[in-house]
Design a protein around this ligand. Structure first.
Ligand code: CP
Ligand code: NVA
Length: 306
């Protein structure tokens, strides 16, 4: 049975620790020798496509990219038949999909013969969370992920797929997480990547005040106000989230040493100002760098026991 990487919540503590370790340790460039990775993207991407293609190639494998138009999941043919087809030629299918439940359908249709990696769904963005943890550990803990315990991180804005995976990953490491979002955009209970279901580890606090969320924290994180698939709500979202923009004035409420994280793409002038994104506090380019590290870790972990 192949390993899958679909949410952070799915992955046990030891496996997560192994992924963080394998993200940065020296690797064997034959790990994926002769093996293919199908990269299926139902939605646009820059960082995720770049980091997954390069990590596959660095591990000795080959990647094939399939766009939404080409593959037509559940329009040209069923997700099950796409999975069955890809499993004949590829060891791994890494996919950015609209509906997370497609992963379960593909896994079942292929009897788990092909590993699946979630490259962002409506539910979670777990490879991003691995990169975010590595970035915070590099900055605050000399690269030691376990030493992040006790850190305080605030997420401000629309609580998205990115927020859920980030919060699950950080809480499990003992990081305290506060999410500042207005009504209707806050984290909700339930689902497959649910930070509110965790016990032990860090504390999760929800607030409807951006200032209250960032007060005294070590790091401030934000993401798009208009995630992919929500384009029709753009005007309403901009109005509803206007008080949650990450500005220099908001950052002033965090610790003087606080850093800024953003998964990117940034919508400068919406969720974040140029001044903050381009400031010395911004770790966004280290996050991008660690997207590749994260993919190396996830791919190596997937191949570790198969
Ligand atoms: N952060 C992220 O996933 O970026 P892309 O959408 O460009 O892949
Ligand atoms: N929440 C955003 C993340 C983009 C990387 C989206 O789903 O569009």
């Amino acid at each position: 049975m192949s390993r899958h990487f679909l949410t952070i919540a799915d992955i046990g503590d030891r496996d997560l620790a192994a992924i963080y370790e394998m993200a940065l340790s020296p690797f064997d460039d034959t790990t994926l020798q002769g093996q293919g990775v199908a990269l299926v993207f139902e939605r646009p991407s820059l960082r995720t496509r770049a980091s997954s293609s390069s990590a596959v190639s660095e591990l000795g494998g080959f990647a094939t990219f399939f766009s939404d138009e080409e593959i037509g999941l559940d329009t040209r043919e069923s997700a099950e038949d796409v999975g069955r087809t890809l499993a004949q030629m590829y060891a791994i299918c890494a996919a950015r999909i609209r509906h997370h439940e497609v992963f379960a359908r593909m896994a079942s249709a292929t009897q788990d013969q092909m590993s699946l990696i979630n490259l962002l769904s409506d539910v979670a963005h777990p490879t991003q969370a691995v990169a975010d943890v590595l970035t915070l550990a590099e900055h605050f803990a000399d690269g030691h992920v376990k030493d992040l315990a006790g850190l305080k991180v605030a997420y401000v804005g629309d609580a998205t797929n990115v927020t859920r995976s980030l919060a699950v990953a950080l809480l499990r490491l003992g990081v305290d997480v506060t999410v500042g979002a207005p009504e209707g955009y806050q984290l909700t209970r339930g689902g497959l990547e649910d930070p509110s279901s965790l016990s032990g580890g860090g504390t999760l606090r929800l607030t409807d005040s951006a200032v209250n969320a960032v007060a005294g924290v070590d790091a401030v994180y934000t993401d798009a106000w208009v995630s992919m698939g929500f384009e029709d709500e753009a005007a309403k979202r901009r109005a509803d989230l206007a008080d949650f923009r990450v500005t220099t004035q908001l950052m002033d409420h965090a610790k003087p040493t606080a850093v800024l994280l953003h998964c990117l793409p940034a919508h400068r002038g919406d969720e974040i100002t140029d001044e903050v994104l381009d400031s010395a506090a911004s770790l966004v380019w280290r996050q991008v760098f660690h997207r590749r590290s994260a993919m190396l870790g996830v791919l190596r972990w997937i191949k570790e026991e198969t």
